[in-house]
Design a protein around this ligand. Sequence first.
Ligand code: GTP
Ligand code: MG
Length: 242
Amino acid sequence: MQLDFVNRELTIKLVYYGPALSGKTTNLQALHRVAAPGSSGRLMTLETKDDRTLFFDLLPLSFRAQSGLAVRLKVFTVPGQVIHASTRRLVLQGADGVAFIADSRVSETQANTDSFMDLKDNLREHGLSLRQMPLVIQFNKRDLPNIRSDEEIAKLGAQGREPVYLAIAMRGAGVVESFIGLLHLTWSALDAEHDLGRKFGFDSTEFMNGVAQKLGEKRTTPELLAACVGGALDVLRPEAAP
Ligand SMILES: Nc1nc2c(ncn2[C@@H]2O[C@H](COP(=O)(O)OP(=O)(O)OP(=O)(O)O)[C@@H](O)[C@H]2O)c(=O)[nH]1
Ligand SMILES: [Mg+2]
């Protein structure tokens, strides 16, 4: 997080992590598509000919809260291919929150696990732990055959702390829900640490509803958060901390 007191501007970094081809870039494209033009900058992607992310994608979003605070969100994706290990570590640096995009296909279970371990290792390299990092998990590609069942995922979700979302990013389904879940967790963690709400007279509910609206949503934040199929969204609030 970067805080510019003089200009009343806050910059938050969110990172979409996960195995190769799980749909990280597709999530950003879908967000870019629905975001109001005034709130979204250009989606920057750097890809090989076959659409594989080479370094990272970056979607800059910006919102102004009623209190006058400007909030900039820098949404990154990492390159999922195994060979780009050092790039992933670099992109993860300074992340305030992470969305882990898993591929729902049974055949990709090992790839998901490997990537999750890679995330854990890279966080540790930066002196962070999974426990401290606001994190949501998205099971993408729900439209494909041979996927892990809803029941299985709900069971996984019930075991873990992280909110779990289902998505078909290609059609934009579940994309805003996952993003709002991530932003909610990240904001709660930053607010708990830095007391931002009080310092800036910032109303989180008003802000989150404003963001949802700018992403073309008619649903309120609580309705969007309720789309989560497991985990706990208040996990990072101080009263919930271990
Ligand atoms: N069937 C289906 N295909 C999807 C879905 N989301 C993404 N895809 C496809 O999966 C492929 C990979 O998507 P990307 O978004 O490029 O994947 P990525 O995670 O950015 O991959 P890397 O950049 O290599 O890490 C593309 O062909 C997408 O169109 C989905 O929900 N369903
Ligand atoms: Mg990509």
